[in-house]
Design a protein around this ligand. Sequence first.
Ligand code: PGA
Length: 246
Amino acid sequence: MKKYLYIANWKMNMPLLSACSFYSDHQQELERIAALPHVELVLCPSYVALSPLHALREKNSHIYLGAQNCASHNQGAYTGEVDALSLAHVGCTYCIVGHSERRQLYGETDAVIAEKITLLGQYDITPILCIGETQEEAMSNRTHDILSVQLEPVLKMQSIQSIVIAYEPFWAIGTGKTPSFTELSILFNWLFEHACKHASWLNVRLVYGGSVNASTIQMLKPLPFIDGFLIGSASCDFSMLKNIVE
Ligand code: PGA
């Protein structure tokens, strides 16, 4: 049976205590849905919640932990940054990089994002690389060009074995809008072929993000070449997350 990745991106919407009670209040149910044969569940809380959630996890937990970002350096005078090794120490096996909010609000470039991916690879943390175009770029039929540029440094890397590529059109994040089934079919078909052509050695999984909820998931799941979903606001509500995953 095909396994779908369900990545919960809690952003800065879950303060530490809310993240811990979300986990402990629903631990049994979270474990149950995470163990379903078609599911791989990744929770991405804030940096400070990673260690407590790691400690709360049972020994053979099916729930994976991911960070929302990491530093583009291993060590040094980088005030406020968190290195990939520390993320590995608090149980992260995934890390989101290049989210559109990081690109737009913090000026992250494709080169900086590529540095982060290289470092994550050193600690066996699978990068979840977010790519996507703005509404304006989509309207002027530049989506494939924009995505090619965002993917270029990463698809040249020989130092990583696996990656999750999350297609998240900027205009679909937190807006309730999603591209149509046909648009996404064309896009995922293109992404699949692009990755095969430029990085055949790489284990690539393709996920979609942007206003994923219990109703959009019905339309999204049958998409060809889709391996999972990156879920923002709906993942902060346990019953919504459960409905999406189940
Ligand atoms: P959303 O966010 O599901 O709230 O649209 C997705 C994301 O930003 O990863």
